[in-house]
Structures are given as structure tokens and as C-alpha cells.
Design a protein around this ligand. Sequence first.
Ligand SMILES: N[C@@H](CCC(=O)NCCCC(=O)O)C(=O)O
Length: 248
Amino acid sequence: MTTPVVLFTSDARDFDGYTWHSAPTTYLEAVLDVSGGLPVILSAFGPRLDLDAVLDRVDGVVATGSKTNVHPSHYGVAATEAMGPYDEVRDATSLPLIRRTIERGIPLLCICRGLQELNVALGGSLASDVQELPGRMDHRHPDVADMDGKFAIRHGVTIAAGGCLGRIVEGEIQVNSLHRQAVARLSDRLAVEATAPDGTIEAVSVKGAPGFTLGVQWHPEYWGAADGPSKAILEAFGAAIAAEAARR
Ligand SMILES: N[C@@H](CCC(=O)NCCCC(=O)O)C(=O)O
């Protein structure tokens, strides 16, 4: 069987006089090493892209995390500087990519910003600085310099029984947390798959989706091989992309 090919979203980052279309290596390596997919990064050229031309050639899609936030104009809210930073070329690529991937039944894994994009792409909205909302935890990463500290496992989430995620992991699991935005109005096309103790939606799936579709607010890619639930999620995505490769 040929190796499944997995498409990754990219961020537009300015460095050394260029704009780079890039994705963090942790997501790429987790899919390569745990899910068994060949990682390919999609350029963030938005409407200039023929998405079907690339989706004809892949077996899965990953929408990665990012420090940047989905531009609030995509969910009917006026943008402020405090709600940034933004990456509008990423939005212009990821949001239609997510919708078309779901329509075509191609396996889709959305992580952190990716979950937020999934909700917005399907008509939902986001809340900013959730740590400032009454009764909510601080979901931002710890104020430390090292990446292992930033991505440390540090709060529980309760998995909804019998759902897409519930068939992969059960009960309560421990996860890392590096976000200041979260789902506000959940798209009516999404089902809640996990919640944090403060009620923050931590995982979703697409109701009636023809293929594997999972969004998680935490980062299974970072401890992909070492952490049981993370590995189970990546392996379940691996099974879905392998089946897609065999079908295609
Ligand atoms: N920007 C959004 C999404 C957060 C996210 O994707 N975090 C992963 C990267 C975090 C980092 O490297 O600092 C939000 O803040 O909610």
C-alpha cells in the first residue's frame, strides 16, 4: 500500500526579508512517526488555490495550531488589536480547505487553532481571552521559556461517551493547554466530544460527516509517542488516512 499523504495548513510568517509559508515540525513529525502519513505543507494562497486539485492527491488534512487568531470578521465580530495577532492569508486558505475536506469525506484532524477554524468554518464563533470570563480557567500556556514546559500536560478533560473521540479514548484524560480563545457559539454542525472542568469545549466532531473529523483544543502532536491518549488519537487518524489511501 502506498504511504498516505497528509496536507498541513501553513502560516504566513515574515523572516529574513521573505514571507514564509510554514508549519511547526511537531505536527509534521507526529503524523510522520505516529500516524504513518507523509507530511505535505499547503501554501497559504487562499482563493488563488484550486483546492480540489490538491485534495485529489491527499489522504488526510491537518489544521495546525498557531499563536495567531482567526480574524473575527469571519464570525461577525469587529476586530480589535487586542484580539490579534491575525494571519488572514491562513484564514483565507484554512477555512475553505476545512469545508471542502469535510464535503469530500477526507480525514480531518484540527488542533487548537484548527479546532477554532473548524467551528468558524461551519458557522460558529469564538470568545477571546477566556481566562478573563467568569468561572473560566486560564488556558494559556505556562509563562516558561522551554517548549516542554509550555506544552506540559496540566488539566483534565472529560470525554463524551460514544462519540468519535469516545471511541478512541474514554473517561477523563489529562491534556496540555496553550490557548486564549475558545468556542463561544458552537456550530450546529458540530458535536461536543470533550469539555474542560470550567465548561470550555475541548474537542468536537462533525455530525454525520462521511469521514473521520476531529477537532481538539489541546496538542496531542507534542507528546504524540509518549502520552497514551495523544498516541491513540494520532493512531486513529493514521487508520483513517490509511483507509483513505486504500480507497483512493
Ligand atoms: N491562537 C489561538 C490558538 C492557540 C494555538 O493554536 N496554540 C498553539 C501554539 C501556541 C504557542 O506556540 O504559543 C488561541 O490563542 O486560542
